[in-house]
Each structure stands twice: as C-alpha cells, then as structure tokens.
Design a protein around this ligand. Structure first.
Ligand code: UDP
Length: 459
C-alpha cells in the first residue's frame, strides 16, 4: 500500500473524504454534516459503495465530488450477501483495497485529501487512511448514551449476559435490561451485529476526532464523561437546515435517497387535514413488522379515530391484510414518504416511530411528540430517552409475545392526540426543538464544534 507524504499547494482547500456505511440511516447524517463543512469552505468527496451508488434515486448535493469504493457486492450490497458476517469480512477486505486505490488517485490530484471521516461501522478505514498519513475522524451515528453503553460492553466493564436488574453507568439514567440496545439485552441472538456495534470502538484510540451526531444539551452528562476519554465533538443534529437554523440555503432534504418517496401524494393529502389531526407512522428503512404486529397496528390505527399516514415499504406490503385501506376511510398508506416534510406539516400531531436515531433527531428537531415502538438495536435505548428523560412521548408497551396490541395503540394515540398529557408532551418536544436549533445556529454548541474541527483540519 502506498505511503507517500504529499504536499499542499498554495491555494489548497481543506479536503475531507466522507465514507458513510451503506444504508439510508447512515448516509443521511454524514451527508448533512458534509453540507455544514462545505458551508465553511471545505471540499468534500463523498464515497459510496458501488451498489448504493447504483440504487440512489436522487442526488441533490452537487457541491460534493462523488466517488465509489466496493464492498465486494456491487450488484446488491448487504441484501445479496450470505449474511452480515460475510458482508463485514468482505467489505473490510475489498473496501480496504479499493479505498487505498481511491486515496492514491486523490492524493495525486491538484487538491489532495487532509482528513478521512468514516462511519464507525467501518473501523478498517483507520489503518488505510493512516497509511496515507491522513488525519482521521470517526463519525458515530448513534446517540452518545448508546455509544457509551456499547463502549462499556466493548471494554467488558458492562458484563454480558446482563444479570443485573438495574444498570448504572456514568452520565446515564438508571436503565433496565430492556432499555439496553437489543444485542446486549438479548446477548447472543445476533452475534454479527453485536460485533459490528462493539467493533466501532476497536480503532478509536488511533483517531484524531470523534464526531457524534447529537448535541451537547441533549446528552450533557454522558457527553462530559465520554469527552474525558475521547477527542469528542458533538456536531448534530445532522438534519437539513430548514428544520433548524435555516442558514443553509434551500437545504430542505438530505438529497440522497435509496427509495423513491410518494412526495406529492403525501403532502397533497395532508394539506386539507386539520392542524394536529394526523398520526404519522413509520419504522424506518431497515426492519419490518411481523404479520401479527402489522395486523394489530392496522386495527389500532383504524379504530383510533384519527387520520393516519403509514409508511409500509414495498417489501412489507404483503403483510397488510387485503382490503384494509378500503375499510379505513381516514388512512393513507405509502411505500416511502418525504419524512421531514411530513413531520414539518402542521396537520401532523404525533409520530408512531421505531425510534431510529435519525427519526428521533428529526422529530425532536421539529417538535413532534412520539409514540415509541422500538424494534431492535439502539431503538430500545432511544425510546427510553424520548419517553422518560426528554419526556416527549409515550411508550406503546408490547405484550409477552413482543406485540403491541390494537387496544394499546388506540389508547396511546387517543392520549397523545386528545388529552392534556398530550399537550404537555408536545410542549416538551417544542422545548427540545428550540434547544436543537440553538445548538446548530451561529455560536451554538454544535456550530462551535464544527468550526473548531474545520480550523484544525489544515493545521
Ligand atoms: N425516511 C424517509 N421516509 C420514510 C421513512 C424514513 O425519508 O418513509 C428517512 C427518515 O427521515 C430517516 C431515515 O429514513 O432519516 C431512517 O433513519 P432512522 O435512523 O430513523 O432508521 P433506520 O432506517 O436506520 O432504521
């Protein structure tokens, strides 16, 4: 592998290579962070895998250079691999080689690279980048609370399997085992993902910066604790500027989408609904509901009396009972929607969410209260924070079979849409919305961190 010191020309512009893990929820925040860097005059080369780059339906951020590397599965990515273990191993091997080829090319260009910013799911990037004598920043796409829990498990200062009924970790509220990320709570159920999550920290001692998609005021205590052991900067929420400070012109959406949204249909449908009358329901880009859960949710939505928009991806449509929509006059089902525009719409009164970290930051940035229905991984912890710490939602409690029943869903929707408690949760969400805006606005905690990062890039 080449290791050759390169020289900056007089008119050199700080240049970052940005490497997201190939999934929608990981690409979105890194694209958004990149826009904040471009705003400060940094050149960005965004690197996707070949398979993702073949799937993307829109690309707006023309202010980036776009390049590709290979994960070894150019015709289908993770979905075409034998499983997550095989995918990880192949990606690490083929990704290292193709990244080295790319860096070699970029380092002989007129404006070589200063820093590689990589998603923590790809720790092999560190050695490749360091072999080119580049600065390296790891980008953590999950909440700092979750990063800290996973880090304790990585270090074995959180013993697995969990035997305690209460988990006490520095800077975090008291947690029950079921509030931990699912791969820890149900240790041994999915060792491929378990490794992926814990190995995020395997190279963390070698990096120059740890960038976290959160904001200081949201997770102050755990951020303070982590900042003692890592060169940590909180730079979020990494959501489009129109949701927050509005300082990036025309920045209404992430701009890179793997799925095609039914944008017009959603917004037109929302436009004639009364203020705060619609329940928005989505479980993100990756997991699906079981048939039984789909059925229970469908009944709960039909019977709750509110309007609803429910995102049921193409791959999940088969689980929906035939004739359901026809029997429900107040619903709209779409295969994908422009989530930010929907959450921003004044007709939307609450969000039934799986509590993915992007959805969590988006709903918080837009002041929409939630009904949490976490399914796996960090969603369990995010749900705990949304409901018990940030107090901007209700938890839809599942039964012994892990299914949220129709009566539970109906009760939660009625409580949030029709009662004083719902108003309190909404007010709390608006409080977080203002704090999130302040963090990214001029002089805010994240704004300052990003400026410090940029200033140090070419030192
Ligand atoms: N999203 C969207 N339209 C949809 C559903 C989701 O644009 O119909 C976006 C959402 O705004 C978020 C991302 O997809 O940015 C999902 O990320 P998250 O971390 O919430 O969940 P994941 O997909 O990783 O489970």
């Amino acid at each position: 592998m080449a290791s050759k010191m390169w020289e900056r020309k007089k008119n050199h512009v700080a240049h970052c290579v940005v490497l997201p893990y190939p999934s929608q929820g990981h690409i979105n925040p890194m694209v958004q962070f990149s826009k904040r860097l471009v705003q400060r005059g940094v050149k960005i080369t965004l690197v996707n895998t070949v398979s993702i780059s073949n799937t993307i339906t829109r690309t707006n951020p023309t202010s980036f250079e776009i390049e590709t590397i290979s994960d070894g599965y150019d015709n289908g990515g993770l979905a075409s691999a034998e499983g997550i273990e095989a995918y990880k191993d192949t990606f690490s091997r083929v990704g290292s080689q193709t990244l080295a080829d790319l860096l070699l090319k970029l380092q002989s260009s007129s404006n070589p690279v200063d820093c590689v910013i990589y998603d923590a799911f790809m720790p092999w990037v560190v050695d490749v980048s360091k072999s080119f004598e580049l600065k390296v920043a790891v980008f953590l796409t999950q909440a700092c609370s979750v990063n800290s829990i996973n880090f304790h498990a990585f270090q074995k200062s959180l013993q697995l399997p969990i035997s305690d009924t209460e988990i006490l970790l520095p800077g975090l509220p008291k947690l029950a085992p079921e509030d931990l990320p699912s791969f820890l709570f149900k240790y041994g159920t999915d060792l491929g993902y378990f490794d992926l999550l814990l190995n995020q920290f395997s190279e963390i001692d070698k990096v120059d910066w740890v960038l976290a998609n959160t904001f200081y005021e949201l997770e102050a205590e755990v951020v303070d604790w982590l900042a003692k052991i890592w060169p940590l900067k909180t730079i979020g929420p990494c959501v489009p500027s129109m949701c927050l400070d509005k300082r990036l012109k025309d920045d209404k959406e992430y701009g890179i989408s793997i799925y095609t949204p039914n944008a017009e249909a959603c917004i037109k449908w929302l436009d004639d609904k009364p203020k705060g009358s619609v329940v928005y329901v989505s479980f993100g880009s990756r997991v699906g509901l079981s048939e039984e859960q789909t059925e229970e949710l469908a009944w709960g939505l039909r019977d709750c009396g509110s309007y609803f928009i429910w995102v049921v991806r193409d791959s999940e449509q088969g689980r929906l009972r035939k004739g359901f929509l026809e029997s429900s006059e107040k619903g709209l089902i779409v295969t994908w929607c422009p989530q930010l525009e929907v959450l921003m719409h004044e007709a939307v009164g609450c969000f039934v969410t799986h509590c993915g970290w992007n959805s969590t930051l988006e709903t918080l940035s837009l002041g929409v209260p939630v009904i949490s229905m976490p399914l796996w991984t960090d969603q369990l912890t995010n749900a705990k924070l949304l409901v018990d710490v940030w107090k901007m939602g209700l938890k839809a409690i599942a039964d012994g079979k892990g299914v949220v029943r129709r009566e539970t869903m109906k009760r939660c929707i009625k409580e949030i849409m029709e009662t004083e408690k719902g108003n309190e949760l909404r007010n709390s969400a608006i409080k977080w919305k203002n704090l999130a805006k302040n963090a990214v606005d001029e002089g805010g905690s994240s704004d300052k961190s990003i400026s410090e990062f940029v200033a140090a890039l070419v030192l």
